[in-house]
Ligand binder design. Sequence first.
Ligand SMILES: Cc1cc2nc3c(=O)[nH]c(=O)nc-3n(C[C@H](O)[C@H](O)[C@H](O)COP(=O)(O)OP(=O)(O)OC[C@H]3O[C@@H](n4cnc5c(N)ncnc54)[C@H](O)[C@@H]3O)c2cc1C
Length: 360
Amino acid sequence: MSPPTDVAIIGGGIVGCAAAAFLAEAGVRVDLYEQDEVAAGASGRNSGSVQHPFDPVLTDLHAETLRHYRDLNDFELPPQAAGVLMLARERSVLEPSVAEVARNSPELAPELLAPDELRRVEPAVGPGLWGCRLDTGYPVRPGAATRAFAKRAYAAGARFHEGETAWPWVIAGRARGVLAAGVRRPAGAVLVAAGPWTPELIDPTGSWRPIVPVWGVVAEVEMDAPPRHVLEEAGVEAVGGGGTAAIFSLVPADGQVSIGSTFLPEEPDAPMWAPTLRRGGERFVPALRRGKVVGARACARPQSFDGRPLVGELPDVEGLWTAAGHGPWGISAGPATARIAAEALLGNIEVPASLSVARF
Ligand SMILES: Cc1cc2nc3c(=O)[nH]c(=O)nc-3n(C[C@H](O)[C@H](O)[C@H](O)COP(=O)(O)OP(=O)(O)OC[C@H]3O[C@@H](n4cnc5c(N)ncnc54)[C@H](O)[C@@H]3O)c2cc1C
């Protein structure tokens, strides 16, 4: 089969916009359909930390993503990592995480910090806490990378259909294009990059659900002296599946900090959660008590069963492709996934087995 000359992309998040840029720059005619506006989902409402995802497969995607960000116009990746501080009340809670990071990701130079050392490194944290500093964590504006990729795709000729809900148009086991605004729009291939909505677009019967939404709330708080580091309560990597209601994280950006986050199966009421998140954060950063909550946002992580994205052509529908399922790591790893999806669509590479959609 020769590669398609025109591709319809459903979803204007980080994955869809980056894929649109890569495909359009390769000479493909791209139409991107976004039901709301670019970055309306998690790609515009996340905590805003580009950081190492610990999982070895995602780590490669993250390393490539950093390179894409350094090359991206209209996007500022800080030149140095701010550092991530994992925090816990007990040394024993932190020790297993530190040992695991040291084993799997020694490049992060994990360093266990006793309470006094921790406060020397980050004066904003409260007394009696243990910490581990990791050499990662680049705070960015939540939607900036997605919008920059959209701009790059547009400059390369991609056409954006914002405010248009689209569905794959499939006949006799072959994707023919999309159905959007009640109209059939033919395309050589369809790439569904619709984050947590991906399974319902691919299989409206509901029997294929390898990605589920895990809803998070982020509270925006103004602080006089915000922490310098990205802060995370130890254990955040273990809660991707939605087992815990809320776990503390803080990302500082320009005097305003994003406090997270919840892990919920249903869409939460963001303003209702904001005071709870701030109160929870006071256990780690006492000055949050004086911080002013200036906003709250909710969005859904596209969580796959094994925590890795699903990429490739659906085994039983020719011409129907997907790239989705980054859970809490889409801003840190999504552009590399998009590049792999684009290259595979063009027939240049095969999708690695660890990412292949065929594994579910
Ligand atoms: C609270 C929270 C904090 C996070 N913090 C971080 C972080 O600090 N660092 C990090 O790396 N990651 C973070 N993430 C994860 C990251 O935001 C996601 O993994 C990533 O944004 C997913 O991108 P996506 O393009 O796959 O999906 P999305 O951003 O969800 O984009 C999918 C798009 O598809 C559109 N769509 C859906 N259905 C249709 C349809 N039928 N027709 C047209 N359009 C449709 C949606 O409107 C949406 O815009 C966080 C997530 C949450 C929830």
